[in-house]
Design a protein around this ligand. Structure first.
Ligand code: DX5
Ligand code: ZN
Length: 221
């Protein structure tokens, strides 16, 4: 039986009823909530900050997986930890001093994640593996939900899986972007331990419980 976690990305939820959407995802059995923080600089979109993370924290006991798509994350990581983040993931592309940044995240008490964009060499993750709890492979260009999965991402996940098994078997591999019922099985089989889904969970195609059930059924037992 394949074991993986589903992380529901609230970016695709209806923000006018965020609390109910989070509750629906929790009731549907998702293991994590994924929170996409965007600054309008590193990515061409703005989403939300620590206040919304704290609001989600106040209505859910699920692990909060905070994905920082922001420049200069070193200025903000403590605030996200204080807001209730369980995992804080920073992008490899934003800071030349990654070792220091990862140590800073570790010092907050949150789990440490590092993300790479679709064409960023995996070598940066490989080098960082000893310091990581989570390695995030972006399968779309970050900034927006509802984009198409970049097919070459599967080979990157497979390669990262081999690196992870050698260097740090405790590090989880997360895949983020464009995951649907049509490709989630391939994503899990490639090596994802945590699968992020926004549109496929909260999109307008039906109740959240049905959407989650469709993703689960697609992976199978
Ligand atoms: C994209 C975000 C993703 C996004 C995924 O920049 O990092 O987490 O919410 O949304 P879907 O599942 O719709 O591609
Ligand atoms: Zn994300």
């Amino acid at each position: 039986m394949t074991s993986y976690k589903l992380a529901a990305s609230v970016l695709a939820a209806d923000f006018t009823r965020l609390g109910q959407s989070v509750q629906e995802a929790q009731d549907a059995g998702v293991e994590w909530l994924h929170l996409d923080v965007m600054d309008g600089h590193f990515v061409p979109n703005v989403s939300f900050g620590p206040a919304v993370v704290a609001a989600v924290r106040s209505v859910s006991t699920l692990p909060l997986d905070v994905h920082l798509m922001i420049e200069s994350p070193s200025r903000m990581v403590e605030r996200f930890a204080a807001a209730g983040a369980d995992v804080i993931t920073v992008h490899a592309e934003v800071d030349p001093h990654l070792h220091r940044l990862l140590q800073q995240v570790r010092a907050t008490g949150a789990k440490v994640g590092l993300a790479v964009n679709p064409l960023t060499p995996l070598a940066v993750l490989e080098g960082a593996l000893p310091y990581l709890d989570l390695a995030l492979v972006m399968s779309v260009n970050p900034g927006f939900g509802g984009q198409e999965f970049i097919a070459g991402s599967l080979a990157r996940v497979e390669a990262l899986r081999r690196m992870r098994d050698r260097a740090n078997p405790n590090c989880l591999i997360e895949v983020d972007g464009g995951v649907t019922a049509a490709n989630v099985k391939a994503v899990v089989e490639a090596g994802a331990d945590v699968v992020v889904a926004g549109t496929a969970v909260f999109g307008g195609m039906g109740p959240v419980a049905d959407n989650v059930a469709a993703l689960r059924a697609a992976v199978g037992g």
